[in-house]
Design a protein around this ligand. Structure first.
Ligand code: ADP
Ligand code: GLC
Length: 468
């Protein structure tokens, strides 16, 4: 079975968040299953990985987008270094940028990617069994395959859509239709939602099956999907929930080259402490205190707007008995408030930016990881944390509720239900209580590290979906 994953991010080529981790791991694990050939197609970016690896050009052609003729160059990585074939699509002016997001003409950029991919496959008569589309950026593909004469060679190819984040739907005005490849105008309704072109809605309407990245989140989408509730209810026969795995080869405290000290489960307490001492020294924190951390995008869906109050209240209420370290960036208002707090509280360290190496060090060094998310389709941080023997404190939502069970019911982490700073601070107080029960803490570290979040099981579930 030949599967092409279409995505705007893929680790380690270009990563902004969990989408990259999933797309960089799922095909690798699918390829371990006999008879499966999974690859990734993504835009070309001006990134180190692209310059440091060797590619061969497999296609050079042209597409028409509105009043422009655009060159499309497809390159294939030569050595399958990632465990799957990786194809990069370059379109000078649109798909040759530094980053996946943040450009004023992003809609046009994503349309060009989808158009370029389908043009290449049609022109070269490459017909996969499955086109697996990830998030709204590739959500127009199921529509295009069926309704654009330019891709008639691909008509009938099965399409799967994965919703990593329903908060972003790629909605654009109908004026943008001029950038789409020519399509049968009588099918406009398949692109439309509420008077706009909505790529995520179109993906749900046109694909053969779709899934969200956890069962918990899929269930929530029926109730709250930023206006698409009735659509998902109507298409419920096609809906699935498949929890993400983690790449246990990349995320392994025994071999992780980003760590100062590697450690196995049996020497976790010692190994974690050594890492913690190193990290605390670097950030001027006292390693004798419990270390709480947050890693992620400063966005409202992540509950990042609660962070300033969480930092202030938890440090004040515990009379400085805890350390907090935060790594992330995003909304400027949150960045300013946290920067300000980091000057006032010596127990609080802030690192603004995106630092892959530091995230690994923090997972390894922390005692507890905090995730006060309002919305969390799956969440990978809590699984990385547990793999590194760190206890997650999470809001009970989406994928977090599927992966973290509260210690009070025999689980390995701490849950809270209300989306508020106070509820998270209460979680920190509970954690502190656990921290000082040394045996309990040790048991939790051990049992967290033995949990299995590997991709093998979910890759099989995706295969079932493809077979369907
Ligand atoms: P999302 O994709 O919604 O941001 P996930 O939990 O699925 O959330 O995945 C986030 C991924 O991005 C994890 O691999 C996490 O370690 C990483 N990450 C987030 N912010 C940063 C950062 N500032 N520096 C390094 N890694 C980060
Ligand atoms: C999205 C979600 C996150 C999920 C990730 C990978 O970015 O916000 O919860 O883990 O996709 O599926």
């Amino acid at each position: 079975m030949k599967i092409f994953n279409l995505s705007i991010e893929c680790y380690p080529v270009a990563k902004v968040g969990g989408l990259a981790d999933v797309v960089g791991a799922l095909p690798k694990y699918l390829n371990k299953i006999e008879g499966v050939e999974a690859s990734v197609i993504m835009p070309w970016y001006n990134k180190p990985f692209v310059h440091e690896h060797r590619f061969e050009v497999v296609f050079d052609g042209w597409i028409h987008q509105f009043d422009q003729t655009l060159q499309v160059i497809v390159m294939k990585e030569r050595t399958k270094v990632l465990g799957f074939d990786l194809y990069l699509v370059k379109i000078p002016g649109l798909l040759d940028r530094d980053n996946p997001y943040g450009y004023w003409d992003e809609s046009q950029q994503f349309i060009a990617f989808q158009h370029g991919v389908l043009h290449w496959l049609s022109a070269m008569k490459i017909r996969p069994d499955i086109l697996h589309c990830h998030d709204y950026h590739t959500g127009l593909v199921p529509f295009m395959v069926e309704n654009c004469p330019e891709f008639s060679f691909l008509k009938g190819v099965k399409t799967i859509g994965t919703i990593h984040n329903g908060e972003y739907q790629g909605q654009m005005s109908w004026q943008m239709a001029k950038y789409l490849p020519w399509f049968d105008g009588s099918k406009k309704g398949l692109l439309d939602w509420d008077g706009f072109i909505n790529p995520l809605a179109s993906m749900i309407k046109c694909c053969h099956e779709f899934n969200a990245v956890s069962g918990g989140y899929m269930a929530e989408l029926f109730e709250n999907f930023r206006g698409l509730e009735s659509l998902v209810q109507q298409e419920h026969q096609k809906a699935h929930g498949i929890i993400n795995g983690i790449d246990t080869e990349v995320w392994d405290p025994m071999t992780d080259s980003f760590l100062d000290f590697n450690y196995a489960q049996k020497d976790a307490a010692k190994g974690k402490l050594k890492n913690k001492i190193e990290l605390c020294e670097e950030y001027g924190l006292d390693p004798k205190l419990p270390l709480f951390s947050f890693i992620g995008r400063f966005a409202v869906e992540k509950g990042a707007d609660f962070l300033p109050e969480i930092v202030r209240k938890s440090i004040q209420e515990t009379f400085g008995a805890i350390n907090i370290i935060i790594l992330g960036s995003g909304e400027k208002g949150i960045e300013y408030q946290l920067s300000d707090l980091s000057y006032h509280f010596s127990n609080f360290a802030l690192d603004l930016g995106y630092k892959e190496y530091l995230s690994h060090k923090i997972y390894a060094s922390s005692d507890f990881l905090l995730m006060p998310s309002r919305v969390e389709p799956c969440g990978l941080n809590q699984m990385y944390a547990m793999r590194y023997g760190t206890i997650p404190i999470v809001r009970y939502t989406g994928g977090l509720r599927d992966t973290v069970e509260d210690i009070s019911t025999g689980g390995n982490g701490l849950n809270f239900t209300e989306a508020s700073a106070d509820a998270a601070v209460h979680g920190i107080h509970r954690a502190l209580h656990i921290y000082y029960q040394k045996d309990l803490m040790k048991d939790l570290v051990q049992s967290n590290m033995s949990l299995d979040f590997s991709w093998e099981k979910s890759a099989e579930t995706y295969l079932d979906l493809y077979k369907m």
